[in-house]
Design a protein around this ligand. Sequence first.
Ligand SMILES: Nc1ncnc2c1ncn2[C@@H]1O[C@H](COP(=O)(O)OP(=O)(O)OP(=O)(O)O)[C@@H](O)[C@H]1O
Ligand SMILES: [Mg+2]
Length: 305
Amino acid sequence: MISAVALSPALDVTYVVSELHGIQRPLAVRRVGGGKSLNAARAAARLGADVLALAVLGGGTGQVVREAATADGVVVEAFDGGALTRTCISISSAATGELTEIYETAVPVAAETFDAVLERLADVARERPGWWLVSGSSPQSLGDDALTRVAATVRAAGARLAVDSHGRALAAVVRDAAPDLVKVNRAEAVELTGLPVDAPLTDLVDAVGRRTGGLVVVTDGTAGATAGDGRSRVHVRLEGHVGLFPVGSGDSFLGGLLVGLEETGSLGEALRLAAAAAAANAQVPGAAVLDPELAREWAARVALG
Ligand SMILES: Nc1ncnc2c1ncn2[C@@H]1O[C@H](COP(=O)(O)OP(=O)(O)OP(=O)(O)O)[C@@H](O)[C@H]1O
Ligand SMILES: [Mg+2]
């Protein structure tokens, strides 16, 4: 079982339009229960895992997010945040292949709401050991130590925490809580470590790993990803399946990684499923929308190095 804490969910809408100009009637529309945590949760659920998410939601969009995530196989336990859940829009131009992304900032979460989430988390994490994930930005209203408090609660229950975040929230949780797994992209790893933007992935992985002592994965778009657990490092890349819709590929990677770790206990096998899920996501519009059969088929063909 895989579980998630979603502090800043969003209604994610993807439009495919002929060109990004004037009035457009979309060629395709996709609505999903998004935000990074629910994206990774959806990817894991679509790959067949038993997935639950504790999510702060509000208003009509919150209801739509809840229903969409449920339809995708995620059991959602909602906390009323009192404010309308945000909407994030990705527009894909068929003429150029270019993506335009409009992300509303995370909706503020009140301290009392967060306390209620943590209280429930303490109980649910005992009932659901294994991997918990928290991804994306944490609402500014909660301060920089929100993820650290999530990590401490998950740990106290005997479960493991995977973090995919950025900026000050990531720096704080890495410094204060040493997550069991950190999955970040190159830009996030550079920001965290202060290494050059073109540093080798292995250096970025090692630098993050020295801070956490846990499993670290740094993804780098179509260049693949490198993982390290302090003992060994593995690079993973799926050749020949570059897709036009990579939004949410990092989230799909994390979902696939946790499913693979849970199913096999092998980092190599988990990285295969992660890279295949990420590539499958990039084939179709929508963040962390993927064909699970395609992901499983490709996983067998991913090269490790
Ligand atoms: N265009 C693409 N086609 C196929 N696979 C891709 C593509 N872009 C990325 N990937 C795969 O997805 C993984 C994660 O990509 P990336 O480093 O861009 O994540 P990210 O920036 O965290 O993405 P997001 O936050 O939007 O989910 C890569 O390691 C790679 O395996
Ligand atoms: Mg990401």
